[in-house]
Ligand binder design. Structure first.
Ligand code: HEM
Length: 258
């Protein structure tokens, strides 16, 4: 695949975002949504605002699906997320196949994914609905060490770090070390680093500093990259398995780096 002319030279971040948005619709109280089903292939879910731009990732994976038609889209998307994290220098993620593809009737309602303009209560309610606790919310937020915001997708703009294709705890370090000021522009409210204005934080990213429990965890991960990597791996595997009923004795895979 030709990575060179896309964004920062890698499809990794947008592939991870696809796997996350497919899984993050999970509702533990009625077991709807989640990593099973790949319902984002269908309208209306494909058109939900939060999923803007993910067509790029879905279309890219069509090439793999054409070569390996037996794999379900749901397995393929989660597997792409695993490979993306690993190939961007992230932790090894255990992966199990067993997801199936469901029809458009199973599309989840709009509004299940987090809204970047909101605060901590929203994060706790959205991630709590998926079954995640405070530590897991902070660990998963560290995925924003990767990738960038696009004005033609979310409306926000810019990368969180200076190495957006390398998994690291840089997001947490920058959250604490930089002075974040509101960006002066015609777009949605976001923050930029006061020194250069080149890096960004969403309102939900900065919200992590305004809550003592979240902030303590941000400090832990800023000081201990290995702890972040380990907790991220566990939370990410849990995310990619939300709502999946694996067959008894399903084999777990660990993939070598390419
Ligand atoms: C905490 C709540 C979260 C909010 C409000 C949020 C919001 C956003 C927004 C607005 C973008 C920019 C999209 C664009 O314009 O292209 C983005 C990008 C991204 N998000 Fe999140 N996100 C959250 C959590 C997560 C989680 C849990 C993960 C993965 C585990 C994740 C992974 C990513 C990645 C990798 C990108 C970059 C995509 C690219 O470069 O194309 N995010 N997120």
């Amino acid at each position: 695949m030709d990575n060179i002319n896309y964004d920062d030279g890698s499809y990794g971040p947008v592939l991870l975002r696809l796997a996350w948005h497919a899984a993050g619709t999970y509702n533990k109280s009625d077991s709807t949504g989640g990593s099973n089903g790949s319902t984002m292939r269908h309208s209306p879910e494909s058109g939900h605002g939060a999923n803007a731009g993910l067509k790029t990732a879905r279309e890219l994976l069509e090439k793999v699906k054409a070569k390996h038609p037996k794999i379900s889209y749901a397995d393929l998307w989660s597997l792409a997320g695993v490979v993306a994290v690993q190939e961007m220098n992230g932790p090894t993620l255990k992966w199990r196949p067993g997801r199936s593809d469901l029809p458009a009737e199973k599309c989840t309602p709009d509004g299940r994914l987090p809204d970047a303009s909101k605060g901590n209560d929203h994060l706790r309610s959205i991630f709590g609905r998926m079954g995640f606790n405070d530590v897991e919310i902070v660990a998963l937020s560290g995925a924003h060490s990767l990738g960038r915001c696009h004005t033609d997708r979310s409306g926000f703009s810019g990368p969180w770090t200076r190495a957006p294709t390398t998994f690291s705890n840089e997001y947490f370090k920058l959250l604490l070390s930089e002075k974040w000021v509101e960006k002066k522009w015609n777009g949605p409210k976001q923050f930029v680093d006061a020194k250069t204005g080149e890096l960004m934080m969403l309102p939900t990213d900065l919200a992590l500093l305004s809550d003592p429990i979240f902030k303590k965890q941000v400090e832990t991960y800023a000081n201990d990259g290995a702890a972040f990597s380990k907790d991220f791996a566990a939370a990410c595997v849990k995310l990619f398995e939300l709502g999946v009923k694996f067959p008894e004795g399903a084999k777990t895979y660990e993939f070598k780096r390419l």
